[in-house]
Design a binder for this molecule. Structure first.
Ligand code: FES
Length: 167
């Protein structure tokens, strides 16, 4: 988690506010916390893929929640990041089906190819690597998610082509 010194200017305004308000409109006025996951997701996306303590505090304030309640959500779900990620966050599944189909070897290959380890960002800011639990696509193991896209039946060659085609 980022420290309190990581301060962001007011992010909940303009388009961000509109998007969060759209979620809020789905819930009763006294249930604003129901929009917390959506709000965190929006704020994270606008902040380049990760949250800071200050941003979580802003969400807490906007949704009239205690900061700790927001931290609990933001640290429970693995899709929230608390330090910078690459423009393309490579989420490689290393759970059982993918592991049996070679995800450990693919992870080694990926780390060597990009020159970074798990949780690190390439020098150009383009890629970061994350190991994730089962993403529910075991039939296509080994697989990874980049952005909103699932890539299945991965091999080293296929990985090369996929990464080469990401801007
Ligand atoms: S174990 Fe990898 S998608 Fe299920």
């Amino acid at each position: 988690m980022s420290t309190a010194s990581s301060e962001n200017s007011n992010i909940i305004q303009g388009d961000v506010k509109t998007r969060i308000d759209r979620w809020l409109a789905r819930y009763p006025d006294d249930q604003k916390q129901s929009a917390v996951i959506a709000a965190l997701r929006i704020v994270q996306e606008v902040n380049g893929g990760h949250l800071t303590r200050d941003l979580m505090d802003q969400v807490a304030s906007y949704l009239e929640m205690t900061p700790i309640s927001v931290y609990e959500v933001a640290t429970f779900y693995s899709n929230f990041e608390h330090k910078p990620v690459g423009r393309h966050k490579i989420c490689l599944c290393t759970n059982i089906s993918c592991m049996l189909r070679g995800s450990d070897e693919l992870l080694d290959y990926l780390q060597k190819k990009l020159g970074v380890g798990v949780g690190e960002v390439t020098a150009d800011g383009k890629f970061s690597i994350k190991k994730v639990e089962c993403l529910g696509a075991c039939g296509g193991a080994p697989m990874m998610q980049v952005g909103k896209v699932y890539y299945e039946d991965l091999t080293e060659t296929r990985l090369d082509v996929i990464l080469d085609n990401l801007e």
